[in-house]
Design a protein around this ligand. Sequence first.
Ligand SMILES: Cc1cc2nc3c(=O)[nH]c(=O)nc-3n(C[C@H](O)[C@H](O)[C@H](O)COP(=O)(O)OP(=O)(O)OC[C@H]3O[C@@H](n4cnc5c(N)ncnc54)[C@H](O)[C@@H]3O)c2cc1C
Ligand code: SF4
Length: 341
Amino acid sequence: MNPFAFTQATDVDAALAALLDPDTRPIAGGTNLLDLMKESVMKPSRLVDINNLGLDQVEEKDGGLLLGALARNADTAYHPVVRERYPLLSTAILAGASPQLRNMASNGGNLMQRTRCVYFYDVGTACNKREPGTGCPAREGLNRQLAILGTSESCIATHPSDMCVALRALDATVHVRSMSGARDIPFADFHRLPGDTPQIDNTLQPGEMITHITVPEADRFIDHSAYIKVRDRLSYAFALVSVAAALDLDADGTIRAARIAVGGVAHKPWRVEAAEEALVGQAVGEAAFLQAAETILQGAQGFGQNDFKLPLARNAIVQALTTAARGTDHARGLDAQGEQA
Ligand SMILES: Cc1cc2nc3c(=O)[nH]c(=O)nc-3n(C[C@H](O)[C@H](O)[C@H](O)COP(=O)(O)OP(=O)(O)OC[C@H]3O[C@@H](n4cnc5c(N)ncnc54)[C@H](O)[C@@H]3O)c2cc1C
Ligand code: SF4
């Protein structure tokens, strides 16, 4: 690990002033950044601790939800408002990592976590994301975990977050600040595709910090949502494929509105609004859900080891929509009292 200086900011302005130096990184829970520093993948000369800035709120705001960037994943997922009004988000967060990690991991850090591509972590290998211009050995190498959509010649990495898949489905907004002001980034525009600059994960600019995330009111989806995560182990494993699905249904099972975002398949949570629009007015059922899956996966391409993700993603989308249609308590595995069944 490279030597680095460490400071603790006591207010947002002090943190933003420290971030004017491009070699300074903010540290929140440290669960991703410190691993990357230990492997010399990231080598900031200075860390600024942003844990004590009063940005740890989880609260209702303007009919929706406000999540502080420094609120912990566990506090967010178990917050009564999130559990009751945003079960899709709660379930997705709880599908990630382990209880210990979720106690440390912050919401802002979750959005900013970096890919789990093995070459990215191994400084003895080439990797365009870590060292632009060196190549992408994953295309013909170890790509079992990697992307099938939105890839480029330069990079086929995936974004590993579970929380972000639900936030994409729920049309969240990321609120950021720098010394020059504040701006809001629609979640769809926060993460980016790799193109020929895979070293850039997202649209956060140098000197900017995430302050909070807002999620609009989504009560019509409370009764019918599901997060399905397919992985190698039941705990402590990143998604091979995950799906956040939410349905708004008429009493007779006709679809009024649908949301579907897919994780583990691209450099950002993958959502195709045309597939959701095509579901409106249809009856719930396998035929409609398969059609949505085909639309979402149009253009998907495997690279050998990850070819299995094409049928896996199709089946996971159908399963998530089917589970959502049956009802949220069923999807959450809860009994009538709201306890884990
Ligand atoms: C073994 C293991 C298993 C895991 N499994 C999963 C999983 O299954 N699903 C999943 O979703 N995640 C998983 N994770 C990832 C975990 O969720 C992230 O490491 C965590 O969310 C990062 O949050 P943090 O607060 O620790 O970020 P840090 O490690 O402190 O920071 C991460 C990055 O974000 C930047 N950053 C932090 N806060 C801000 C901010 N407010 N504004 C701008 N930049 C910021 C930092 O500079 C750094 O670059 C796993 C992690 C580990 C170690
Ligand atoms: S897929 Fe991306 S992160 Fe992985 S080796 Fe290729 S360039 Fe690096």
